[in-house]
Design a protein around this ligand. Sequence first.
Ligand SMILES: [Zn+2]
Length: 612
Amino acid sequence: MRPLTRIGFVISLLALSSAPHAQQPPSAVTLPGLEQALDQITVTAPAPSPTQAVPPQAPIVTPPTGEQVAAPTPAPASSPAPRAQQTALSIEQVADKITAAESALTARLRAFHPLVEVYLQNLAPDDKLGVPIHDEYFLGQFDWKDGPKLTPLSINKGSFQGQSLIKKPFGMQYLPDGFAAMTVPDWRLLDRQRYDFTFVRREFLGEARCFVFDLKPKGDEADGFTGRIWVEDRDYNIVRFNGISRNVDHTLSSFFRKKISFHVDSWRVNALTGLWLPAYIYCEETDASENKQALPRLPQMKTQVRLWGYDLKGTRAQQEFTSIQIDEPSVQDGADPARQLSPVASQRRWEQEAEDNVIDRLTRAGILAPAGPVDGVLETVLNNLLVTNNVSLEAPIKCRVLLTSPLESFTVGHTIVMSRGLIDVLPDEASLAMILGHELSHAILGHQLIDTKFAFADRLMIPDQDLLRVLRFKHSAAEEQAANTKVLALLATSPYKDKLSDAGLFLRAVLASAKQLPNLIQTHLGDYVVDGGQSLGPLMQQAPALAPENLEQIPALPLGARLVVDPWSNRLELLRGPAVPLTSAREKVPMAVTPLMPYIRYAVVPPRVTSR
Ligand SMILES: [Zn+2]
């Protein structure tokens, strides 16, 4: 019974984030296999991953404290030493180098087509805890057409939705483009003719030694960027900028129909040698007009903009090759009657092909992360459920991660897909087991897991913009209820059976926010949780009532709490920071947008031919 007692320690707030990539045992697993899996989950030290290149982005929990250059921050042995700077440069010379690097990046960005995700939360005015009460979502692809534009990829609710076009003729067209514009401080030119550069100090951002400058437009302040830039001192690329861009502001104010100023904190990561790409933008707004008493207030609107998928063209070529190789053997097998598949086996193969087609297509579109270590962590938890329930399935279940923020999970054949946002906010392993268990139940109960029309290749020869509309996999209400009943049985005999009150608490949190945050809480999860008033009721009854002021009770984590996306390769990494004790209820912010400060590193991968 040792595994069962050990798992009790596993289920702590950040246990998942310290879980190393577990080897998935083969489908028929015996108890020793389970024990091994659980032991791996319990490990608290980050697992060394010698085979992996140093990722260009790694998380930190606390903001950089702004060490001076003199502070010792040794560069890792693997990164090339910074160039010795023998000759002193004047501020003007440094400013000119910044201008040159920024012009080069701006020109290069026009050729890239990363995915851009905008998620906006409105907070209740005068709310002391910063609870979001309304949200907006937009997923698009960056396209340069006489300016930064976003081609929509998502089916949107709320103000970004098509029907609001009539009500908000300006907003619909310009709002997403306004956010696309935030990726650089000034799309025209950041030079000494237009701006005053004031040197502030030198400071480390992660591993990058930076110059910090304050920038102000020389002429009209309503035209250009006002704020601070951090510039790394090897190639003079902007790593971070923080301030306000008045041009962007005009666009966004017209959408919200009031004068507001979007303050922006924008971060870039070093994807390849010399190439720093916009990856994460946080912006917030306090409605200044109402703040007459100058009391400290929480922002009323918080937005995160994430960019990824810069290297999609490379992925595309690779994927096409893989599918050619899969198809070939079956073509040849057909000639040999002894080796011809039986109708049942053919049907299974058919479904498998549909699944592979969908997974490949989603990966090529940059919506699904490539297979990686995070999948292994999910599969370990899934395996715990399978083994303790003595379930053996005809095909092993795999897991993959959707790169988007909205909380959702679904099955594509024998692949369970969970969104990055959902993994981020789950408070613990028991809640993760509940989500995976629900999808697993659909498989165990023999519900149809894939629409086999996708076995026909032409079905997926559609533009990326139509993918998310076509690839929605729904179950009937009866099947959802059956899955919820089944998951209760699975959990009751699982290693998570004593920790189910946490899962119930998560359900309560989702239920409490489902109406306010319809863009974050997606239909499948939303539907079965809301319906869960009946079928998942037992889980919720085990949980205490939500207590927003109670620092001990963590029903859900903020967005971005667990997974870090490499914006170049789309690879995911678990955030391995220590749990930070909360000091006030304001810091709980379940399912909320927060500032995110990536850990800045120099790329160590050798330069190679980029997508352009
Ligand atoms: Zn379901």
